[in-house]
Write a protein that binds this ligand. Structure first.
Ligand code: FRU
Length: 509
């Protein structure tokens, strides 16, 4: 009796020590050097594209290309994280594992509310994932049909998945690049529509049950940017006033406006079968070097929330974060806005970010010439904050974030070229790839005679939303220590309406 009591006591003690260790370990795990504090990143190992983003039962699901055995790209799985508010994320167990048909490449997920697939049981609505099976053996053997589309379903809120016995549901007609299905419900024609990236164009397919797919049309081999392969499409409609626009997002790698991977999009009409573009303008959702594979959440009604992978295939495998590699961008709310480029998509950080707001400091009506120090406004923010500046006229200005090691990031507006820029030439560790250091530019898309810029700063990233989000740029950086100094520079005297800094708390606490 006495002996078993002392054994129990020892076991209880061991359990307390273990739980304490596991907890402290979890917290420590998200506070390494370079670890993003307001962006999702997996606790460990490799991540790339966001996948299967779907809102269901008051939960946002984020699946992602994941390799659990190393911090470089490898046999792809779907990792899984969920959030109630798009801000705080909980990493769950792996959702989809590679199998005899191949690795699990990118794709989407839908809520099959009417049980068109028949996967629903006992009144349970199925979540259906539509993804690419990439057969590495076929690839290595020089075949052309090694990418096919398959489906899986979940009846327990996306926690466990059953792959459909009839996979693949869409065979490959003989095209090496045949992947990344994004499926939406076409309400007026009561059918599912799949946008699929096929090398240099998008093919549209439709289905009544998610299992049998019929080809509708092709779009894009002569439209838009073609400096690389087309990947990860997304299509949805949005309104500007009373007018409905169809938006077709097409990621491209390489061939982005600042080198490597990037997200372009088209505006037009989709009649249930065919996409007809409005014009021949090549529009970019993010001009910076580090937003890729971005698409929107499904099942969010008229609200469209976009999220990308915050890296670039040029150097994604080499960035100096060995425990994990890559993070997502902030979720961004999209809206249609008139610009000097016609109608465009504007991006803004989601308003839910306010939940982690600490304090806001504002300075108003300043004039400035030369360099002025605003460092006290960011002291205590631990490198996570939102900085908003409204300049009352169009003249050159630069926001400089720097540290005592003379590392810096410059973000600003260049009047002569009428362009915004991020310059990370001297931002810290960049020797892992020759294209990492550099200056990246983007056009200004408003006719207004003023400039406003919102910069969301995190441990290893800056996201710039200029002119209400008409021009967006994302860049990562790897400084040796945090940028504790903030200055604004202007060669000619400028009037600044306001400078506001809002501190943001870590999402990993
Ligand atoms: C885009 C991409 C997709 C593919 C996946 C593989 O970054 O190349 O086309 O499905 O990554 O991980």
């Amino acid at each position: 009796m006495k002996k078993s009591f002392s054994i129990t006591l020892t076991l209880v003690f061991a359990l307390i020590v273990f739980v304490g260790y596991a907890q402290s370990n979890t917290i420590k795990d998200y506070h390494e050097q370079y670890r993003p504090q307001i962006h999702f990143s997996p606790k460990g190992h490799w991540m790339n594209d966001p996948n299967g983003m779907v809102y269901f039962n008051e939960t946002y699901h984020l699946f992602y290309q994941y390799y659990p055995d190393a911090s470089v790209w490898g046999p792809m799985h779907w990792g899984h994280a969920t959030s109630k508010d798009l801000v705080h994320w909980k990493e769950l167990s792996i959702a989809l594992y590679p199998d005899s048909l191949g690795y699990i490449f990118s794709g989407s997920a839908v809520v099959d509310s009417s049980n068109t697939s028949g996967f629903g049981k006992n009144g349970k609505i199925p979540l259906v994932a539509i993804f690419t099976h990439h057969d590495p053996k076929g690839d290595a053997a020089g075949k052309t049909d090694f990418e096919t589309q398959s489906i899986a379903y979940s009846l327990d809120n996306g926690i466990t998945w059953t792959k459909y016995a009839g996979n693949p549901v869409l065979k490959n007609p003989g095209t090496r690049d045949f992947r990344d299905p994004k499926v939406m419900w076409h309400a007026s024609q009561k059918k599912w529509v799949m946008s699929l990236a096929v090398h240099d164009h998008i093919s549209f397919y439709s289905s009544g049950d998610l299992k049998t797919w019929n080809k509708e049309s092709d779009f894009g081999s002569k439209e838009g940017a073609h400096g690389g392969v087309w990947e990860c499409p997304d299509m949805f409609s949005m309104k500007l006033g009373d007018k409905v626009y169809w938006i077709l997002i097409v990621n491209i790698n390489p061939g982005g406006p600042n080198g490597g991977s990037a997200t372009q999009y088209f505006l037009g009409n989709f009649d249930g079968s065919k996409f007809t573009p409005l014009d021949t303008v090549t529009r970019w959702l993010d001009y910076g070097p580090d937003e890729y594979a971005g698409i929107t959440w499904s099942n969010t009604g008229s609200r469209k929330v976009f999220l990308g992978w915050m890296s670039n295939w040029l150097y994604a495998n080499q960035v100096p974060t060995e425990i994990w590699r890559s993070a997502t961008t902030l979720p961004r709310e999209l809206s249609l806005v008139q610009s000097t480029q016609g109608v465009v998509l504007a991006s803004r950080p989601i308003s839910e970010l306010d939940e982690i707001k600490t304090k806001t400091t504002v300075l108003q009506d300043l004039t400035l010439q030369g360099e002025r120090d605003f460092s006290s406004m960011i002291s205590g923010t631990k490198s996570q904050y939102q900085l908003k500046i409204t300049v009352a006229e169009l003249k050159d200005y630069t926001v400089k974030l720097s540290n005592s090691d003379k590392e810096e990031i410059l973000i600003g507006y260049d009047k002569e070229n009428d362009r915004y820029y991020i310059d990370r030439t001297n931002s810290g560790n960049s020797n892992f790839h020759k294209n990492f250091a550099g200056r990246f530019t983007a056009p200004r898309l408003t006719g207004k005679n003023e400039s406003d810029i919102t910069i969301v700063v995190d441990k290893m990233s800056v996201e710039v939303f200029a002119d209400g989000g008409l021009t967006t740029m994302t860049a990562i950086y790897f400084s040796s220590k945090e940028f504790s100094a903030l200055t604004i520079l202007a060669p000619k005297k400028i009037s600044i309406r306001n400078v506001a800094v809002t501190g943001l708390g870590s999402i990993w606490k």
